[in-house]
Each structure stands twice: as C-alpha cells, then as structure tokens.
Design a protein around this ligand. Structure first.
Ligand code: HMG
Ligand code: MG
Length: 287
C-alpha cells in the first residue's frame, strides 16, 4: 500500500484572503461545499481577524454558518486573539489556528505584535481552546525569508516551534510566506525544527512565488513531513507579504505525490472542478 500524505486545503482562507474584489459568502460557501466532496480531512475556511486588516475575511461567520458540514472533515479558522477565538467558537469552527512568525518584521506587520508579545497573546487562546476540546494548530510564518528583515535563521524558527508545541498545538505549519525558498534551505530549517519538536507534528506551508514550492514539498518529504497546506487553483498570498504569490496548488501537489508513489485520497476530477471554480472567483489581487 502507498504511504499516505495529507493535503490540508487552505484555499478558502489563504487563497481568498488576498483577493481585492469582494467575494460573496455564497460563493465561498459553494467553494467549500465543492471541496468537501474531494476527500480532504481538513479545510481552512475562515479567519476571525480584524475586518480592517483583512476585509475579505469579514464574512467568516456567515461562511461557517452556511456550509454543509461533512462528517469526518474538520473546518478550521484562524484566531489571532481571544476575540477571534470567541468568534470561532460561536461559529462552531472545528479547530482553530494561532499564527506567529519567526521574524520580527513580519510579526509586527501582520499582527501588530513582537514575537514575544504574540506568544503571550497565544497562551490564553491555546489554553481556552484546548480546555473546550478544540484542537489548536500553530503557524510559523517567514521560516526562510522575511519581506522586512531578510533571511531567517533556522534557530529562530525552532524557538517559536518549541513554544507553540509547548502551548499544546497539535501540529505546526511552517510557512515559506514569501515563496522564495530553495529546497536546501527548507531542509536546513526542518533539521533545526526537528531538533526541538517531533517530526510527526510538522506540516509544510509553501507559497509558490518562485516556482519552487513543489521542489520544497519533495525536500520536506525526505525529512519525514507528511502534511502540506495547499490551495486549490494556487490562489492566495498574505496581504502583509507584498509580492508573495499563492500557496502551491492542491491539484499540482496531488499529481506530483501520485507520481512519487504517495496516496492522498483526493478525487482529481473534483479538484479540477474546484480549481476552475476557485479561479473564476479571482478578482485583481492586492499585491
Ligand atoms: P491591532 O490593531 O493591534 O488590534 O490589530 P486592536 O486590538 O487594537 O484592534 C484594532 C481593531 O480591530 C479594533 O477595532 C478591534 O475591535 C478590532 P476598532 O476599535 O478600531 O473599530 N479587532 C477585531 N475585529 C474582529 N475580530 C478580531 C479583532 N481583534 C481586534 N479578532 C490584530 C491586531 C491581530 C487584530 C490585527 O493585526 C489583525 O487582524 N491581523 C490579522 C492579519 C491577517 O489576517 N493576516 C493574514 C493571515 S496570516 C497568513 O496569511 C500567513 C499564513 O498563511 C502562513 C504563511 O503563509 O506564512 C497563516
Ligand atoms: Mg500562507
């Protein structure tokens, strides 16, 4: 039997958050409902952030209320602070994610906090969510480069990884936010992180600005990573990482993994249909 690799679909959140043209909650719901038939176990559909910072995510509660939930799928939401967590709980998100950075510049630009302040902010979010039985995922952005500070030292990534793991994050998603990483850099960073947390909790979150995200997925497979965040149609980007393009496309990663002999459990026809629909929603990106 082929070894399993899981793709965590982040298109409805990371994919759409950067679109300048407002996308209706109805269209987002239709995209999520379609993705729910593709075979994913986890789909990130919402983000309870300030609507002033990311207007596109202002309809997150409507999206969570409107989707047809499939049994066995965890519908995830980003929660930057306690207010975001309350929103996610009220909207019945199945899991939440706290999102920090390995670089100070991006931390400040993205969530208006230093790394230390952000970790302090995350503690009560993780504690409260876990007490309520809600799994918490941890993102670390800028694990290779920062748009503000330049190259990131792998030890800085390891430091944040250890903290988020100690807070109880069940998985750590390592973000090449700018999408310029080389496979050798990914390997070096993963080795540093694997020194402080178990391999099994790591996920790769690679944006594809320089077209090397698939190579970075392959480098990560070599290091034992078996979960990757991908975005249908390759949509996405972070409004606070100027110039960064979308996540590596779900449909492209699914094909490559199959060629490499891995099983994803995803239906390629549904992925193709969802990619066409997601792309049709695209307006003019902010960056
Ligand atoms: P702040 O300005 O420091 O916070 O922002 P504040 O507490 O002073 O609040 C400012 C305003 O936002 C206030 O409203 C609050 O009420 C409101 P006002 O009084 O001005 O009318 N507010 C909220 N509204 C709704 N929901 C909330 C909330 N919190 C405050 N939860 C804050 C701090 C964290 C809120 C802000 O910086 C923010 O929302 N940042 C989010 C940025 C973001 O979403 N970025 C994209 C996601 S991260 C990403 O894409 C990277 C990732 O994909 C991995 C990778 O690729 O590397 C995950
Ligand atoms: Mg991202």
């Amino acid at each position: 039997m082929s070894e399993r690799v899981e793709l965590f679909e982040v298109g409805p959140r990371d994919g759409l958050q950067n679109e300048a043209t407002p996308i209706s909650a109805q269209d987002k719901i239709a995209l999520v409902d379609l993705l729910s038939t593709a075979g994913f176990r986890r789909i990130e559909v919402a983000s309870f952030v300030s609507p002033k910072w990311v207007p596109q995510m202002a309809t997150s509660a409507d999206v969570l209320a409107g989707i047809t939930r499939s049994e066995g799928i965890s519908y995830a939401a980003l929660t930057p602070n306690m207010r975001g967590l309350e929103g996610a709980i009220t909207a019945r998100a199945d899991e939440v994610a706290i999102f920090g950075s390995a670089s100070e510049g991006f931390s400040k630009a993205n969530i208006n906090a230093s790394i230390e302040e952000s970790l302090e902010r995350f503690h009560p979010i993780a504690k409260t969510a876990i007490e309520r039985g809600i799994p918490v995922r941890g993102y670390i952005s800028c694990v290779i480069n920062c748009p503000y500070d330049g190259p990131t030292d792998p030890t800085a990534v390891a430091k944040v990884a250890r903290e988020l793991h100690q807070m109880g994050c069940y998985e750590l998603s390592l973000g090449d936010t700018t999408g310029h990483a080389y496979p050798e850099e990914i390997t070096k960073m993963l080795c540093a992180v694997k020194d402080v947390v178990p391999d099994a909790v790591l996920a790769g979150h690679y944006h594809d600005t320089s077209g090397r995200a698939l190579a970075n997925v392959e480098a990560s497979l070599q290091e034992g990573v078996r979960v990757f965040d991908t975005s249908i149609g390759g949509l996405g980007g972070c409004p606070y990482a100027p110039g960064a393009l979308g996540n590596v496309a779900t449909e492209a990663v699914a094909v490559r993994l199959l060629e490499l002999g891995y099983e994803t459990g995803l239906n390629r026809d549904v992925l193709a249909q969802a990619a066409r629909f997601a792309t049709s929603l695209r307006g003019e990106a902010k960056v």
